[in-house]
Design a protein around this ligand. Sequence first.
Ligand SMILES: NC(=O)c1ccc[n+]([C@@H]2O[C@H](COP(=O)([O-])OP(=O)(O)OC[C@H]3O[C@@H](n4cnc5c(N)ncnc54)[C@H](OP(=O)(O)O)[C@@H]3O)[C@@H](O)[C@H]2O)c1
Length: 232
Amino acid sequence: MPIPSTILIIGASRGLGHAMAAAFLEKGWTIVGTVREGGRRTLLHDLADEFAGRVEIETVDICAPDQVAALRDRLSGRMFEILFVNAGTTNNPAETIADVTTDEFVRVMVTNALSPMRVIESLEHCVATTGTIGVMSSGQGSVSNNETGMREVYRGSKAALNMFMRSFAARHAGSARAMVLMAPGWVRTELGGPDGRLSIEESVPKLVNVLLSQQGTPGLQYLDYLGRTVPW
Ligand SMILES: NC(=O)c1ccc[n+]([C@@H]2O[C@H](COP(=O)([O-])OP(=O)(O)OC[C@H]3O[C@@H](n4cnc5c(N)ncnc54)[C@H](OP(=O)(O)O)[C@@H]3O)[C@@H](O)[C@H]2O)c1
């Protein structure tokens, strides 16, 4: 029996991250998925019951550097085919940069831009040399496509994430790893809200196939759930 491939998904308790875990399990992968501390039962725990022996649950709050460091220590010696950082947040979408409080701005920026990069910097040594590092960005992170405004702070945070990932990729030019910023489409989750264009089922299985299609292709791509390049 071949050894199953393993993906580490950061932020797999619900929404898109949980659906990604389910999709990878359906494809025969094993999962290490993270939830936040507190002992709350999550949808990932249900998957662990359903796919006994193929789901490991870890804990981390990506905004707590001590927890990220502790996760790195606990995972030392492990090797993953894919590291995918899904965790993210939003603020009130109607709040403009003129309205937002400094605390709220910092919360969104730290969660969506700084913390995913901290996780990648801390855990990249656990990714196989020909493996994949993925991050959940958003179409809203595209500077070129922003002709309508709205979701200003969120857009800024994902654009910043994209820029930090480009810097990471530049620092690792010559690496054989695939690096992918994913745009899942507007999906009906707690974050996306009820008006999203897509159901989770319409986005995530395709997104997972796009992510898998990048394996073995070095360099950074910014792709949507249909595999189309998103203009930076
Ligand atoms: N839905 C959309 O339309 C859409 C579109 C573009 C991009 N995205 C991106 O997709 C990702 C997932 O979004 P979603 O729609 O699935 O949202 P969601 O249902 O609100 O889920 C957010 C996930 O992120 C985790 N998370 C948030 N802050 C965290 C932190 N500080 N540390 C660790 N985990 C944290 C949550 O964990 P808890 O359960 O512990 O809170 C949860 O697992 C985000 O990066 C989001 O920006 C979503």
